[in-house]
Structure formats: C-alpha cells, structure tokens
Design a protein around this ligand. Structure first.
Ligand SMILES: NC(=O)C1=CN([C@@H]2O[C@H](COP(=O)(O)OP(=O)(O)OC[C@H]3O[C@@H](n4cnc5c(N)ncnc54)[C@H](O)[C@@H]3O)[C@@H](O)[C@H]2O)C=CC1
Ligand SMILES: O=C(O)C1=N[C@H](C(=O)O)C[C@H](O)C1
Length: 247
C-alpha cells in the first residue's frame, strides 16, 4: 500500500488526479498540503463522505500526523521546490507534475533524492499521449529536419506559465529553438499540443488534446504501480521505457 501526501489537491489537476487515485486499491491519500485550505477533510473535498484525512499547512505538519511514503505535487514552482525538498529530507519518494521550475530547482531536488537514495520523477506531462507524441515528433524530425517544425500549444487563460512545460519539453526533445513554440491562451482549453511541419506545398501535424484531466491521474497511477525503489526521472517517456523494458 502506497501512502500518499498530496499538494495542490484543491486545484484543477490535483483534484482530478486525486479522484483517480482514490479508486485504486493499492494506494491511499493519507494527507494533503494546502496554502489556504488547511483543516479541510479530503473525502468531503472530493465530493464524498468524510474520511478523516486532512489538509495541512505544510509538509512537516502533514508528516508529523501521518506515516506517508510518497509526495505528489501539482501546485506552483516555488511551493513545489520547497515542499519537495522537505519531503525528500523526510525520506519520501516524489512525483512532481508542477511546471515552471527552474533547471536549478529541478537539479536541487534530483540531487537530494539521489543522496537519500529515493525515487523521484519531475515531469511536465504524465499523459501517454505526449509520450507517444515525442516518438512521432522524432519521426517528423528525421524525415523533414527541424527547420520547418513548429510546436503549437493552447491552454486555459488561468495557466501561469507560458510556454507550457510540455511545449518546452517537446522543443528540447526535438532539438528545436524556443522560437519554434507558438503559445496561445484560450478560455476553456484544458491542454492542446501540436507538432507541425509546414512547408510551401505540404503540411503534416501530430496533435494531442486533453479534454479531461483524469488522464494525468492515470499516468500518476502507472508510476505508483511501477515505482522502483530509487532513481530520478525527468520525463514520463523515459520512465515508461525503463519500466516496459524490464517486463
Ligand atoms: N505534469 C503534468 O502531467 C501536469 C502538470 N500540470 C501542472 O500542475 C500545476 C498546477 O496546475 P493547475 O491544477 O491547473 O493549477 P491550479 O491553480 O488549479 O491549482 C494549483 C493548486 O496548488 C495550490 N497552491 C498554489 N500555491 C501553493 C503554495 N504556495 N503552497 C501550497 N499549495 C499551493 C493551490 O491552492 C491549488 O490547490 C501547473 O504547474 C501545471 O502546469 C497540470 C496538468 C498536468
Ligand atoms: O497547466 C496545465 O493545464 C497543464 N500544464 C502542463 C504543462 O505546462 O505542460 C501539462 C498540461 O499541458 C496541462
């Protein structure tokens, strides 16, 4: 049984992820961490009955009251960095989905996880769709080169970071410059990414749209089911490939 502490559970993504995880037999959200929601009951927050599991103001107080082994974060960059460091120092494994962390922040968390010999994944997208899209993008790159490839992303207008973590990830994976990214903020759009080859006489696109955030929860569930004892991963595709190779 994996015992989880989750930060960001009142947010758009955290709530959807928690709703997937609470249906699993082999894991339990034992506490949450929240900025303005300390004291709330997690079961009631997720639309069910009280489960006597609560939101705490910070990681140390959540860990004082519960015996957890995994920390999950869908919050904001500063909070993710601070909370992940605290959780790693307490010996927890870590799953960070929050985007917009600096390279230095990511490396600081990764270094700590290695020192503590814990598992961690810090990845901008936990959907299988984006993992598959990297592979398809690499085929486009192989056939057409990078010159005329664009990455188009569309997200809801409340999204804080721009471009999205996923667009930056795709750009790096395809070895393109940041100029290749076109980012749009559109009301109601959950998450849309496209890799587009556009030339004078031809267009070819691969696109992926998330219409329900539970897909990210399915990705997190896959990680929890297959989590090794240690090792740090920076993207979901590398994790999937590592796990599937061992099967
Ligand atoms: N890796 C992935 O697959 C995905 C990553 N994301 C990322 O997850 C993050 C959250 O996105 P949304 O759910 O749309 O945001 P949101 O604004 O709906 O929710 C953010 C949550 O974090 C909490 N929070 C904010 N600052 C905090 C702090 N200082 N301390 C504790 N809690 C704090 C808020 O109370 C809220 O519960 C973003 O960085 C987004 O890019 C989103 C979807 C998928
Ligand atoms: O904020 C979001 O909504 C999303 N954020 C992630 C990102 O920045 O790429 C993942 C997904 O696109 C949804």
């Amino acid at each position: 049984m994996k015992r989880i502490v989750m930060a960001g559970i009142t947010g758009r993504t955290g709530k959807a992820v928690a709703n997937v995880l609470r249906r699993l037999d082999d894991c339990q959200i034992v506490a949450a961490v929240g900025k303005n929601s300390a004291g709330r009951d997690i079961g009631e927050l997720l639309g069910g009955k009280s489960n006597f599991r609560y939101i705490y103001p910070d990681v140390p107080s959540a860990l004082e009251k519960t015996d957890a082994d995994v920390y999950i974060d869908f919050t904001a960059p500063d909070a993710a960095q601070k909370n992940a460091v605290s959780a790693a120092k307490h010996g927890l494994d870590i799953i960070i989905g929050t985007t917009g962390l600096t390279k230095e922040s990511v490396e600081c968390i990764a270094e700590l996880l290695r020192e503590e010999n814990r598992f961690g994944i810090i990845a901008s997208n936990f959907s299988i769709g984006i993992a598959a899209m990297v592979k398809m993008g690499n085929i486009l790159r192989e056939y057409y080169g990078g010159e005329e490839l664009q990455i188009i992303e569309k997200h809801h207008t409340s999204k804080r970071d721009c471009p999205s973590g996923t667009a930056l990830y795709l750009q790096q994976q395809l070895d393109l410059t940041e100029d290749a990214i076109i980012a749009k903020r559109v009301a109601e759009k959950a998450s849309y990414h496209e890799i587009k080859f556009a030339a004078k006489n031809e267009n070819l696109s691969v696109s992926y749209e998330v219409t329900g955030r539970e897909v990210f929860g399915e990705g997190v569930a896959y990680i929890l089911r297959n989590m090794p004892n240690s090792g740090v991963y920076y993207d979901f595709l590398s994790f999937i490939e590592h796990i599937e190779k061992r099967k």
